[in-house]
Design a protein. Structure first.
Length: 281
């Protein structure tokens, strides 16, 4: 089995990344998907584990962001998409199924003394109302460098709704194409702040997660939905005649014990997965 990921490691390339997993035999069944770049760390692990369940299934996944992935399914370019925001009015002809939980974390550079903000303060930063770290009690003397996402990203749509109250992020916010790019930018900028998925906001990514409204962006607070930016990863399929192999994969991700272990280990939060089966006597 071969898994490759392009443009999502290090500084990340600006072009869309394609994740390929599965057998290369001529008789392999290939599923084409697209969507969330924030979900790639989880998908890598899930595609690999699913190989044990369906050895003949091969995945080709293009990480072109959630909103673009949903459009791909609408136009028939993809058989499935992974999305990080709930359905919206423009999603006509699509069905959405919750797969697992994730969190949209707000992260800063580790050298920043700020460890907690309110949603209202984050809104002020990304609307350009607050532009200096001193207004937030930080030790950083430089102006705030805010990093966000382009409108093709489901994370952008989610952030716009959940934090910005439907408003557009300020023009002084640097928009980036991939979730991991935001993490890299914040890690390299002492004055940086950005919204980034759970997997790409670990300390090993060189960033520090902030508590929001008193709640940490961690698995426990996300599982109980106490963290205010808890969210689901969604499987997007055509509402009519969805691909049966893509449907089976989604059912496995959502319900199986093995998938739950993979999701947990990869850094997301299982939401519906079965508990460990009892040992046979």
């Amino acid at each position: 089995m071969r898994i490759s990921r392009a443009g999502l490691v290090g500084a990340l390339a600006a072009s869309a990344a394609t994740l390929v997993a599965g057998p290369t035999a001529a008789n392999a069944a290939t599923l084409f998907g697209s969507g969330s770049s924030a979900s790639v760390p989880y998908l890598e692990a899930l595609f690999k584990e699913y190989r044990k369940v369906a050895p003949s299934v091969r995945f080709v996944f293009t990480a072109n962001n959630g909103n673009a992935g949903a459009k791909d399914v609408q136009t028939g370019k993809s058989q499935f998409a992974i999305q990080t925001r709930p359905p919206v009015a423009s999603d006509s002809g699509l069905s959405y199924s919750k797969l697992f939980l994730d969190g949209l974390c707000v992260a800063v550079n580790p050298s920043n003394s700020v460890s907690a903000l309110t949603i209202a303060q984050v809104r002020d930063v990304f609307l350009g109302t607050v532009t200096e770290w001193s207004a937030l009690g930080s030790n950083v003397s430089a102006p705030i460098s805010a990093f966000g996402r382009f409108s093709t990203a489901g994370l952008y749509t989610f952030f716009q709704s959940a934090v910005l109250e439907g408003q557009t992020q300020a023009t002084n916010v640097t928009a980036l194409d991939k979730d991991g790019e935001v993490s890299v930018a914040v890690s390299r900028n002492q004055a940086g702040i950005g919204y980034v998925g759970l997997a790409n906001s670990k300390p090993s990514n060189g960033v520090k997660r902030l508590r929001l409204n008193g709640q940490p962006c961690d698995a426990t607070a996300i599982k109980t939905l106490r963290y205010p930016l808890s969210r689901y990863a969604w499987l997007v399929l055509p509402a009519r005649r969805p691909n049966r192999l893509a449907t089976a994969f989604g059912d496995w991700v959502r319900t199986s014990y093995a998938a739950g272990r993979v999701i947990d280990k990869a850094g997301a939060v299982p939401a519906f997965n079965a508990k460990k089966p009892p040992r046979k006597k």
